[in-house]
Design a protein around this ligand. Structure first.
Ligand SMILES: C[S@@+](CC[C@H](N)C(=O)[O-])C[C@H]1O[C@@H](n2cnc3c(N)ncnc32)[C@H](O)[C@@H]1O
Length: 363
C-alpha cells in the first residue's frame, strides 16, 4: 500500500492477466519459495515499479479466497521510496483518495485500506498528544498485547530485549528504573505489574518515541520520562533497575547510517564502555534488597561483570542463559573478536554467542 498526500495507490490489472484481469487492486505479488513476505515485498516493488522502499512497515495479514484457493495476504504500508515510479506490469496506476475505497474490486483490499485509514487517524491523534512526526515511523513491534511504534533512529527491540523481558522478576510494589529505554519497551511492559517507573535515555529522540508508545499503550500515568546520561540526572533509589545497555565490542565505528542507533549498540573497544559505569554506579540507586537485571552478551566478558558487581557491593548471579547466532553487526566484527581472543563457538557453521541475564542484588 503506497501512501502519499492522503491518497493510496491502486493498479488496474491488464486485460490479458490470467489473475484479476481488468480489476482494480492494491498492488501485490506472490511470495516465492524460500522468501519471507518482506523479501517478496522488496522484490515485487522493484520488479513492478522500479523503485526502492525507504520507509515501510507491516500493517496486517488477511485471508483471501480466490478461484477456490485460500491465500494469506501480508499488507505493508510504504510512505517513502527512492526512484521514479514506473508501472511495469499494470495497465495503469490510480491514486485513490480515502473516500474512494469502494473503487477497489476486492473486499480484502477494502478491509486493509480501511484498517490503514483507521490507523492513520489513530496515529495522528496520538502524535498531536506526544509531538511525534508520524512520517518518522519506520516500523512497529507487537509484544504480548503491547504495540511499539519505532521512529527512525530508535533501537528496534530485538532478541536481547525480548530475552530480558521474559526474565524480569518484578513485584507489585516495585519502583523501577528503565535505563536506556529506547522505544519504551521494558517500562511499558512493566507498567501493569509494578507501582511506578522512571524511563530514561540519553537521547531525546528515543524519549519522544517512548512517550508516544506509553500514550498508545495507555500507561503514561505510570511512567515518568527523563533525559539522562546513565545516572547523571537520577538521584532516586529503586527496587528494580532494568537495562539492555550498548555492549557490542567494536574497534571501528559501528555504522547503520544513523548516529542515535549506533550509540544504542556500540560498547567501545571491549564492549564495556557503558557496562563498567553501570556496574559501578548501580548500588547507589538501589533500595535494600533491590536488584538490577541486565542483558549481557558473551562477547563483552561476563566474568568481568560478575566480579565488577561483587567489587561494588552487589550479589550477582546469572539467572538465564541462551545461545544465539551472531547478528549483522557482530558478524562484521568477527575478525576483531578473534584478535581480542574471544572464544567463539560454532553451530552448523554459524558463529554463536551466549545471551545472559545477570541479576545483581543489593542484599
Ligand atoms: C540496546 S538499546 C535498548 C533499548 C531498549 N531498552 C530495548 O530493549 O528495546 C540501548 C539503549 O540505551 C540508550 N543509551 C545509550 N547510551 C546511553 C547512556 N549513556 N545513557 C542512557 N541511555 C543510553 C540508547 O539510546 C538505547 O536506547
Amino acid at each position: 500500500m503506497f501512501v502519499s498526500d492522503k491518497k493510496i495507490l491502486t493498479e488496474v490489472r491488464t486485460k490479458d492477466n490470467d489473475f484479476g484481469a481488468g480489476a482494480t487492486w492494491l498492488p501485490g505479488g506472490h511470495v516465492e519459495n524460500g522468501e519471507s513476505s518482506k523479501e517478496a515485498l522488496l522484490r515485487e516493488i522493484e520488479e513492478e515499479f522500479c523503485i526502492k522502499p525507504v520507509d515501510y512497515y507491516w500493517l496486517c495479514q488477511k485471508p483471501w479466497y480466490k478461484n477456490n484457493e485460500r491465500y494469506l495476504i501480508d499488507y505493508y504500508v510504504c510512505t517513502k521510496w527512492e526512484g521514479n515510479m514506473i508501472a511495469k506490469e499494470a495497465e495503469k496506476l490510480i491514486w485513490l483518495t480515502y473516500s474512494e475505497i469502494e473503487k477497489l474490486d476486492e473486499d480484502v483490499d477494502k478491509a486493509a485500506f480501511k484498517e490503514y485509514i483507521d490507523l492513520e487517524k489513530h496515529m495522528t491523534d496520538m502524535a498531536t498528544q506526544t509531538n511525534v512526526n508520524i512520517n518518522d515511523f519506520s516500523d512497529f513491534v507487537l509484544y504480548k498485547g503491547f504495540t511499539f511504534y519505532i521512529t527512525n533512529g530508535v533501537y528496534h527491540p530485538n532478541y536481547d530485549s525480548v530475552f530480558l523481558a521474559e526474565n524480569i522478576r518484578s513485584y507489585k510494589e516495585d519502583t523501577v528504573l528503565d535505563l536506556g529505554t529506547g522505544c519504551g519497551f521494558f517500562g511499558i511492559i512493566l507498567s501493569r505489574k509494578v507501582k511506578k517507573i522512571l524511563s530514561v535515555d540519553k537521547y531525546k529522540k528515543a524519549l519522544v518515541c517512548a512517550q508516544y508508545n506509553a500514550t498508545l499503550n495507555k500507561c503514561v500515568e505510570k511512567i515518568e520520562f527523563r533525559q539522562s546520561d546513565l545516572f547523571s540526572e537520577i538521584n532516586e533509589k529503586f527496587d528494580l533497575i532494568i537495562s539492555d545497555p550498548p555492549q557490542v565490542p567494536s574497534d571501528t565505528k559501528i555504522t547503520f547510517g544513523n548516529d542515535v542507533i549506533e550509540t544504542a549498540v556500540d560498547g567501545g573497544t571491549d564492549g564495556r564502555k557503558i557496562l563498567d559505569v553501570l556496574i559501578k554506579q548501580s548500588k547507589d540507586h538501589l533500595n535494600k534488597n533491590g536488584r538490577i537485571q541486565i542483558y549481557h552478551t558473551s562477547l563483552a566478558n561476563i566474568d568481568k561483570t560478575l566480579v565488577g558487581f561483587r567489587d561494588n557491593g552487589l550479589d550477582p548471579e546469572i539467572t538465564a542463559v541462551r545461545e544465539g547466532p551472531f547478528g549483522r553487526t557482530t558478524r562484521e566484527k568477527f575478525m576483531y573478536y578473534k584478535r581480542l581472543g574471544i572464544n567463539v563457538e560454532y553451530k552448523f557453521g554459524v558463529p554463536m554467542q551466549r545471551y545472559y541475564i545477570v541479576t545483581a542484588w543489593n542484599r
